[in-house]
Design a binder for this molecule. Structure first.
Ligand SMILES: Nc1ncnc2c1ncn2[C@@H]1O[C@H](COP(=O)(O)OP(=O)(O)OP(=O)(O)O)[C@@H](O)[C@H]1O
Length: 258
């Protein structure tokens, strides 16, 4: 699905990402973890082709990004960013409709209208659809943008790729789980999701694989059971923890504290 070799990123002589090899397959839910400043968002933006550095080799579905047709690419991959513009003088449904821009020139079709309706139902924002976006709470705005990226990928293309940078910010527990279940469902259908997340226990519960970064370098990339160990986590996060087994789902359960 995506293959990246020796990906690096430097800004004004500061090495932010150093020689990271990465690949993932269709149907996988990959979580990117690491402390603040580890390079998670930068690496995700590089993978999603939003940031570029000469020499990086990143293939999406075996093709270099510059081999992709510009109009076709947004139907195969979408990205949710943590820094969305919070001042958009539009109604909620108009913001969600932005996800359909790759599909129409002037007037949305019935299919576009159905696609946004379906995304708004999935994300639980139908009651907000005629509200002014600027008047929403932080968590509500976040969910509007999630509905927007979901509507972008509502098509018949197989093996789609969704990049999400901290999609759970500002969300309550119910919506955190709903969003993660939606993403899981998306991957079970053969698509791929690469998600930057801070909650290690949610990553343990939902991710198939975890990429752990520290200071712009890959620490490990493997299953949650192999990555989320007491030794690795207390070193990388520089804070003591214990890792036990979650009695509900048998996933690793991480408890930080002295
Ligand atoms: N354009 C830039 N110029 C200079 N430094 C940058 C630039 N972009 C990012 N950085 C630095 O690179 C490092 C990695 O940033 P990045 O946002 O990728 O980290 P992160 O792991 O996503 O962090 P967080 O968990 O805090 O969101 C940080 O120290 C950041 O200050």
């Amino acid at each position: 699905m995506i293959q990246a070799q020796k990906v690096s990123y430097r800004s004004k002589e500061v090495h932010i990402i150093n020689d990271i090899d990465f690949e993932c397959n269709s149907g996988e839910f990959v979580a990117i973890l690491g402390p603040n400043g580890a390079g998670k968002s930068t690496f995700l933006s590089l993978l999603a082709n939003e940031l570029h550095q000469k020499g990086n080799k990143i293939l999406l579905k075996s093709c270099d990004y510059n081999q992709w047709c510009e109009k076709e690419l947004p139907k195969h991959k979408a990205k949710f960013s943590q820094h969305n513009n919070s001042d958009i003088p539009l109604n909620v449904e108009d913001v969600v409709m932005m996800g359909r821009y790759p599909y129409f020139d002037h007037i949305p079709s019935e299919e576009d209208k159905k696609a946004i309706q379906y995304s708004m139902e999935c994300i639980d924002i139908c009651p907000l659809q005629n509200r002014e976006y600027n008047h929403l709470s932080g968590g509500e705005k976040q969910r509007v943008h999630l509905a927007r990226v979901l509507s972008q990928l509502n098509n018949n293309v197989e093996n789609k790729l969704l990049f999400l940078d901290e999609p759970l910010n500002n969300l309550d527990v119910l919506h955190q789980h709903k969003i993660l279940e939606l993403i899981k469902d998306f991957t079970i259908k053969g698509n791929t999701a690469i998600v930057v997340i801070h909650d290690l226990n949610l990553a343990a519960q939902f991710a198939d694989k975890i990429l752990l970064l520290e200071k712009g370098k890959k620490v490990c990339y493997d299953t949650p059971q192999k990555v989320l160990t007491q030794d690795t986590l207390s070193k990388v996060y520089n804070f003591p923890c214990i890792v036990t087994t979650n009695p509900v789902n048998n996933n690793p359960l991480i408890i930080f504290g002295k």
